[in-house]
Ligand binder design. Structure first.
Ligand code: SAH
Length: 210
């Protein structure tokens, strides 16, 4: 499988039918999802691993993780209608058995996993909406991939937050990300922003990566 093929496959999945701004429902574009999953795959964080996608939406990252060979994926999503679409998307690709769909708030998720892959709310509707996602990820996983706005104040927040919870940033890749404009009430049909894709890893007691 090539990265471009994965990107194309993920970009063809069904998206949110009526996205809810208060939940910051925007899907990860196929190319960004593929970039993140490819990095994770190349480091050995996906193949045969137990993975969780927190705020799975229509399932782009969960499905991508299965395609990349994850052993099992939990797709955790508060919005029932989005999760139904995720199930349809996975079913259409014959990947339904790889994913356990959990309709719940991320804070209620309690399975220990190897790797979290997530695109949490960016916090553009309510500041730090990504906080409960990061907290949960740091509680259940050793390795976390996450997408955040590439802005100086967000970077400062992430750097401090990650350190406070005993994780380190091992990778940060900045990528363009197309957002549907309905969230920003602009006339353009899409808004191009920059995001940072991070890899976080739990530190051992002496402060070195595991
Ligand atoms: N991961 C998907 C969707 C990203 S949008 C993708 O990459 O395409 C963020 C998702 O988080 C939305 O689907 C939203 O409904 C969900 N969400 C927001 N708050 C949540 C919460 N507290 N618990 C679970 N899911 C939540």
């Amino acid at each position: 499988m090539r990265k471009r093929y994965l990107a194309m496959m993920l970009s063809r999945l069904e998206g949110f039918s009526s996205p809810k701004p208060e939940l910051e429902q925007y899907r990860t574009p196929g190319d960004v999802a593929a970039e993140m999953l490819w990095l994770a795959g190349s480091i050995g964080d996906i193949q045969g691993k137990i993975v969780a996608d927190l705020g799975a939406g229509t399932g782009v990252l969960a499905i991508g993780a299965c395609v990349m060979g994850a052993g099992r994926v939990y797709a955790v999503e508060i919005d029932e209608s989005a999760l139904a679409l995720a199930e349809e998307n996975a079913g259409a690709l014959g990947l339904g058995d790889c994913i356990e769909f959990l309709n719940m708030d991320v804070s209620g998720f309690s399975e220990a996993v190897d790797t979290v892959v997530m695109n949490p709310p960016f916090g553009s509707q309510s500041p730090h909406a990504d906080r409960p996602f990061l907290l949960k990820a740091f509680e259940v996983a050793e390795v976390v991939y996450s997408i955040h706005l590439a802005k100086p104040e967000v970077r400062r927040f992430i750097e401090a937050f990650v350190r406070d919870f005993g994780f380190s940033i091992t990778h940060r890749v900045t990528l363009p990300f197309e957002l549907p404009a309905q969230f920003f009430f602009h006339r353009k049909s899409v808004e191009r922003i920059l995001v940072d894709v991070y890899r976080f890893e739990r530190l051992t007691v002496d402060g070195t990566p595991v």
